[in-house]
Design a protein around this ligand. Structure first.
Ligand SMILES: Nc1nc2c(ncn2[C@@H]2O[C@H](COP(=O)(O)OP(=O)(O)OP(=O)(O)O)[C@@H](O)[C@H]2O)c(=O)[nH]1
Length: 597
């Protein structure tokens, strides 16, 4: 076990984690030059386009060190975005060490800190690496100062490197061996293997990525999954180099995959412990925190006939995205669809995009909402994840909304605009500190405001230079109300919103004004209203058409008349009926798409 090192790379987005991982894999002979061309560890299409890593992966490598010995290095990839921090902690709990990659030209940013704290909490040894040293604007001294001041770990021996040119790669590998401890554990003890990740493979069924903590895991043994109590015959074990390679066994301290004829992903729960059925371990390993979705939205097929295939697609997606939740939901205006729960906005966008791209779905997504804690007058408490589930005003004693602690980093010149933005978003300043070239702000802000458009606004007021991270703090009483949109007195359920009372009128006016542009003139006047309960807070009118279409035909030409009627009918197909008024599908799309602008 002395020759094994298990480590991850953690970094802020774009600081070079994937490039460095590929470099290390290449250096250790895991891949040929041609295979290097495709960025290996980022395997999904969307990831490649967005350049973010979503699913944790791993590579088992060999490195001949300067001491002449050959070491087995297990590199476990971690995702780099705030929505996926739970996956970072999962990957890290399989490691003894982590390389903290900091772009020497940018310095410490929000996820540098968040991920590093996760590592420290888990007792993982952190080795700072200053990447992008090839850039003329690299400033390693300031970056070191930031690491020491902001994160509070020594950075004197941070390793200067360039994932791009290959500079410092051997120094990094030597540091992995010298500074990261080998795994502890006992191969003679009963088997305990932690499931770090699991996914469904069309050919072999469920694949589990495990960290063997104690004991030895071999094919043909009867395995017991401790949480579910299910027994399965181990068919194959192996490692990823990053290509999959079968092995005769996985021993204490090692990370690798297990295939055990499991047909359903829900039986291979991430965080569960695998042991031997014949000689089980006394206790399971401590698992992981369950992740709870924070952001909810309705997903509806544009064509109602696509409902079944939307359900099938969601089911398939959930197989390798345990954090995705969904429940059937019916909307008067949009028909049958699903209420879906996501970790954050990026997670929502990724799911939407995968559904559209990989599963060829056309979707309408309602405005995202957070989960409110509503105390009723009878003393009971309900969790409300959708405006339509918000109880009647008269029944509510108190509404509490989720508050998050937001950590922001930005160069000094953007502090003013960022503070203005945070204040406009009902933020409360907790702290402000100067470190190197960065200012570090801490705010408490309602999650609902973050979900609305905070990322986009932050990027625009800071010209892309500010970075942020947030974590849940607590539920706090809030004066929020439900704003309904009514068309000729009928509520359009899909367009209801929960907003802070202070913003209700402005939002109401905005939605009614936009709706007015989108509803075609009808035979009669159409009233568009925004209301809180019975109180109307905004109103617009769509005037009736003076003449009907047929009036143009002078009553003479029958074929022309027919054609016109035909045309009207086709136009009606993609209409949704709300009460007596028909609204084009596009109106919903337009309103919902610009909802957060
Ligand atoms: N000049 C220079 N550019 C680098 C270096 N390392 C990475 N880059 C570039 O920086 C950008 C981001 O690198 P990635 O490796 O994708 O960053 P990442 O941290 O994996 O980002 P996520 O996958 O989004 O978490 C890419 O355009 C890389 O080519 C380096 O050492 N020098």
């Amino acid at each position: 076990m002395q020759h094994i090192r298990n480590f991850s790379i953690i970094a802020h987005i774009d600081h070079g984690k994937s490039t460095l991982a590929d470099r290390i894999i290449h250096r250790c002979g895991g891949l040929s030059d041609r295979e290097m061309e495709a960025q290996v560890l980022d395997s999904m299409d969307i990831e490649r386009e967005r350049g973010i890593t979503i699913k944790a992966q791993t590579a088992a490598l060999h490195y001949q060190a300067r001491d002449g010995k050959t070491y087995n290095l297990n590199l476990i990839d971690t995702p780099g975005h705030v929505d996926f921090s739970y996956e970072v902690s999962r990957s890290l709990s399989a490691c003894e060490g982590a390389l903290l990659v900091v772009d020497a030209s940018q310095g410490v940013e929000a996820q540098t800190v968040a991920n590093c704290y996760t590592a420290i909490e888990l007792g993982v040894e952190v080795v700072p690496v200053l990447n992008k040293m090839d850039l003329p604007q690299a400033d390693p001294e300031t970056a070191k100062q930031e690491i020491e001041e902001v994160i509070g770990i020594p950075a004197d021996d941070a390793i200067p490197a360039s994932a791009k040119t290959g500079m410092g790669i051997d120094d990094i590998l030597e540091a992995v061996i010298a500074r990261i401890p080998p795994p502890e554990g006992d191969a003679a003890q009963p088997l305990q293997a932690l499931i770090i990740d699991s996914w469904f493979d069309n050919y072999v069924g469920v694949v589990m990525l495990v960290r063997v903590v104690n004991g030895v895991l071999k094919p043909k043994e009867k395995l017991l999954l401790m949480a579910t109590g299910a027994a399965h015959l181990c068919e194959q074990v192996g490692v990823f180099t990053p290509k999959s390679e079968a092995r005769t066994h996985l021993s204490a301290g090692e990370v690798g995959f297990v295939i055990a004829g499991i047909k359903e992903l829900k039986h291979a729960k991430v965080g569960d412990t695998i042991t031997h059925a014949s000689k089980p371990a006394a206790t399971p390993l401590p698992g992981f925190k369950e992740v709870k979705p924070q952001v909810f939205a309705g997903l509806y097929p544009v064509e109602s006939s696509e409902y079944d295939s939307l359900r099938d697609s969601l089911e398939k997606l959930k197989l390798n995205d345990a954090a995705l939740m969904y429940d059937p939901e019916v909307s008067q205006a949009l028909g049958f669809g699903f209420r879906c729960g996501f970790l954050g906005l990026l997670h929502m966008e990724i799911v939407q995009e995968r559904l559209e791209r990989e599963f060829d779905m056309d979707l309408i997504t309602t405005a995202p909402s957070v989960v409110y804690e509503v105390e009723l007058r009878d003393g009971s408490v309900v969790m409300v994840d959708s405006p339509s589930k918000m109880p009647e005003v008269g029944k509510i004693a108190d509404v509490r909304e989720p508050i998050v602690t937001v950590t922001l980093f930005m160069p000094q010149e953007y502090v003013g605009p960022v503070i203005t933005l945070c204040t406009a978003k009902r933020g409360i300043q907790i702290n402000m500190a100067y470190h190197g070239r960065q200012v570090h702000l801490t705010y408490e802000i309602p999650l609902a405001e973050i979900v609305l458009d905070f990322f986009d606004k932050l990027k625009s007021v800071s010209r892309g230079y500010a970075s942020m991270d947030y974590e849940f703090k607590e539920y706090r009483s809030a004066d929020v109300v439900r704003v309904d949109l009514l068309i000729n007195g009928d509520k359009v359920d899909a367009l209801s919103l929960i907003v802070h009372r202070a913003n209700a009128r402005a939002r109401g006016r905005d939605v009614t004004a936009r709706m007015r542009e989108l509803i075609p003139r009808q035979m009669y006047d159409v009233a568009i209203q925004a209301a809180i309960g019975a109180e109307v807070i905004a109103r617009e009118n769509v005037k009736a058409l003076r003449k009907n279409v047929l009036a143009k035909c002078y009553g003479g030409d029958i074929s022309r008349k027919k054609k016109l009627l035909e045309k009207q009918k086709a136009g009606k197909k993609r209409m949704k009926q709300v009460g007596s008024v028909e609204i084009p599908q596009e109106a919903f799309l337009a309103i919902l798409q610009v909802e957060d602008k």
